[in-house]
Design a protein around this ligand. Sequence first.
Ligand code: IPE
Ligand code: IPE
Ligand code: MG
Length: 247
Amino acid sequence: MDLKAQIDQSKLPRHIAVIMDGNGRWAKQHGKMRIFGHRNGVKAVRETTEAAAELGIDYLTLYAFSTENWGRPKDEVTALMTLLVTTIRKELKTLTENNIRLQAIGDLENLPPKCYKELLEAIELTKNHTRMTLVLALNYSARWEITEAVKSIAGKVKQGEVHPDEINDEMITANLSTAGIPDPELLIRTSGETRISNFLLWQIAYAELYFTPLFWPDFRKNHLYEAILDFQQRERRFGKTSEQVTE
Ligand code: IPE
Ligand code: IPE
Ligand code: MG
């Protein structure tokens, strides 16, 4: 069955976020080292990005490396950072051909210098692309991000630029690394885990959560379509009653 054709174009999420999980278990299943899983995850990244762009999704955010992931064995961290650099370099052409803009959220300055440099270059080279924005969450943690926003607002209060009574939802939103990006309406997590793992805590306040047992390297276009179709079946009430939102 053609899943793509079943998608209601008038009810597309503007922003989809994905917790790409299960690379290690996928590798284990294949009797290989964990990094083999990470390498194979790149194909899923490519497919998901392509599918999202083809559908007309505006923003796709991929959780690629969490602040907590530094705690993994050194070899794995090094291999992941190397993979990041080579992937950005390799995919730059595809991003350009497809008119996709690259952005990144997280504590980027504390990435290895080579990664940081490669990332900034790719962001700069793709900044005028308009079809879709691909946001990579790298060295990202939602609590880090919220802490940074609090520090920044507190600084403005101290300078007398902001009065504490002026602090509201919009101001906090504007001080996050996702400033200017609409909140994700759909959050997908692969690998069967049903947790958020410190991802976009503020921004997913009203996101629809979608969990699939698939390991990330097995995720393909059709799986994205399935997630979107599931999303389109849901009634988003935002605290109201069903009658209010369907009227
Ligand atoms: C997700 O896969 C990739 C990263 C967190 C970088 P994992 O490496 O977490 O795979 P599992 O969860 O151990 O299977
Ligand atoms: C979340 O996956 C982070 C990324 C996908 C980058 P983890 O595998 O690190 O999360 P936990 O440890 O299972 O919560
Ligand atoms: Mg994991």
